[in-house]
Design a protein around this ligand. Structure first.
Ligand code: FE2
Length: 189
């Protein structure tokens, strides 16, 4: 089923706004940023980027939690509810989730259930998520990574994951910034 940006936004609001208002602030900013940087991807990919950005954290919704790994839980829910397969797979792997899956012992499960797209869209999604703080504030990538580390603590699985993912996240953000510059689009951060 093809997804619209409006449908993605309404779905995310339905799942997150009430139970997780802080998470919703983050998601609202990530979705808005993805719409603003649409020119970093081909015209045909812009709805996919924006829809994936609005939906990327639905797996945190208490209604959806299953394994406790939000990327996988969110993608499974989107698939079960007939959402666009490409958007669903982007959510499954967003922001280097494949590395977090390995830390959780779910690497093979994630890879078997959802194909990983390597593209300007995946880069753009990572850029929007990794330049947006938990309250929706814009941060550069190093500040966002530091924020995650301090929020979860030095011994947390998420901190181990984000340290492993740092080179890939920085590279994805840099590629997106290069595309934005080439397209003459002012960077949101
Ligand atoms: Fe996020």
């Amino acid at each position: 089923m093809t997804v619209s940006v409006e449908q993605a936004r309404l779905t995310a609001a339905f799942l997150l706004e009430g139970p997780l208002p802080r998470r919703w602030s983050h998601v609202r900013a990530v979705g808005t940023k993805a719409e603003a940087i649409a020119g970093a991807v081909a015209e045909a990919d812009r709805v996919v980027l924006a829809a994936a950005a609005w939906l990327h954290d639905v797996g945190y919704s208490p209604d959806l939690v299953d394994t406790g790994f939000h990327s996988l839980d969110g993608a499974r829910w989107l698939r079960a509810n007939g959402f666009d397969e490409r958007v669903t797979a982007l959510v499954a792997h967003h922001s280097c989730a494949w590395l977090e899956a390995e830390e959780r012992g779910l690497g093979e499960v994630l890879a078997a259930e959802f194909p990983r797209e390597v593209s300007s869209v995946a880069d753009g999604l990572c850029y929007c998520d990794m330049t947006t703080g938990p309250d929706g504030q814009s941060l550069d990538v190093p500040a966002r990574l530091a924020e995650i580390r301090s929020r979860y603590g030095p011994d947390a699985l998420v901190t181990r994951f984000i340290t492993r993912a740092e080179p890939d996240i920085l590279a994805a953000a840099e590629r997106t910034q290069t595309r934005l510059t080439a397209a003459g689009i002012a960077q949101p951060i």
